[in-house]
Design a protein around this ligand. Structure first.
Ligand code: MG
Length: 219
């Protein structure tokens, strides 16, 4: 397995770095999870081994009976950054991609109840499908994109990136004060409402207007 992002249009490869993810970054999703809208970003990570590319297959680990999809815009970092302003942070973006933050909801619910980390629920192998990356220059306004997810042809999630609670410039600047950002790092920006279960045999097609398309299977 090569843990490499494909950059469009040339098809250049870039090794994927760490994945930093926002939880509850859309109000209606925070509500459907039975929680409040956060006043500070909720951050978790996925290891680079969680990555699969477009056309890949998500494998449900045998410790779970409840795999959920979360459709998300992914911001791909292009240069090393630490303690950057919102403006500098946006200049350090390489591009954008369509991502799925696959989540073992039963494992996560148990962890939440016990006050334990989400590492297993969020970071298992194949939990991070990411499409090819389009360059920043071809996405003039990432804060105004329509996104959708179909499962077996049926619409499951639909949203707009302008509904994010913490926007992209703020998020990059905020994260850079905690984590050194490096080329190939991926920021998952949270999911709109409509998360639900997928099972073996399902086909997921995620699309973000002006960014791309991601198709994966579940087994
Ligand atoms: Mg998520």
């Amino acid at each position: 397995m090569n843990y490499e992002l494909t950059i469009k249009p040339e098809g250049r490869k870039l090794p994927i770095g760490k994945m930093l993810c926002l939880g509850k970054n859309y109000a209606l999703h925070a509500k459907e999870m039975g929680g409040d809208v956060p006043s500070e970003p909720v951050i978790f990570t996925k290891p680079r081994t969680a990555f699969i590319p477009d056309g890949g297959t998500i494998q449900i680990p045998d410790i779970s009976n409840e795999l959920h999809h979360e459709l998300e815009l992914v911001v791909v970092i292009g240069r090393a950054m630490r303690n950057v302003s919102e403006e500098e942070g946006m200049e350090g973006v390489l591009g954008y991609a369509v991502g799925l933050d696959m989540t073992l909801r039963d494992v996560q619910s148990r962890a939440k109840k016990r006050g334990e980390p989400w590492a297993v629920a969020k970071g298992f192998d194949t939990s991070a499908p990411i499409s090819d990356v389009v360059l920043r220059e071809s996405v003039p306004d990432p804060s105004n994109l329509r996104m959708s997810l179909l499962v077996n042809g049926e619409l499951r999630q639909q949203g707009e990136t302008n509904d994010m609670i913490f926007n992209i410039p703020f998020t990059i600047s905020y994260l850079s004060r905690i984590f050194t950002l490096e080329p190939g790092d991926c920021i998952f920006t949270g999911t709109p409402e409509g998360v639900a279960q997928v099972v073996s045999g399902d086909r997921l097609v995620a699309e973000i207007e002006g960014v791309g398309r991601l198709e994966v299977a579940v087994t």
